[in-house]
Design a protein. Structure first.
Length: 127
């Protein structure tokens, strides 16, 4: 079923567009970091929490649920006491993380230039 299209515009800018809904999860505050952290290796929940500075257990759990539901991340539960839960990227998630990795590499390479421009403009912001 087609989604609504704005008159004279693209549907991707409409909040009902499926692409916008997926993009919201991928580019959420923690979604990007989870996808990048899982790039190249599977991690258990506590390893993700330790690797991603500042994420709470609640937000990490919520983010993982969204990414699993979107088919970007898989979840495996080992029947141990306590259960060991491991996460990794699906093929779709790997493609997404690779693309985000390219953007992240550009940001790392240009962060100082951007921060210098902010300082010159008087708009230095902190996280």
């Amino acid at each position: 079923m087609p989604w609504p299209v704005r008159e004279g515009g693209s549907e991707v800018f409409h909040r009902q567009c499926p692409a916008v809904q997926v993009l919201d999860h991928i580019t959420s505050r923690w979604g990007i970091w989870v996808l990048l952290a899982l790039r190249g290796e599977d991690l258990r929940f506590f390893e993700l929490r330790e690797r991603i500075d500042g994420v709470s257990e609640k937000m990490l759990s919520q983010t993982l649920k969204h990414l699993v539901a979107d088919g970007l991340v898989w979840r495996r539960v080992e029947p141990t006491v306590p259960p060991q839960v491991t996460y990794g990227l699906t093929d779709l998630g790997t493609g997404t993380a690779d693309r985000l990795g390219g953007i992240f590499d550009w940001i790392k390479d240009n962060a100082e230039t951007v921060l210098d421009a902010r300082a010159k403009a008087g708009t230095v912001e902190s996280r």
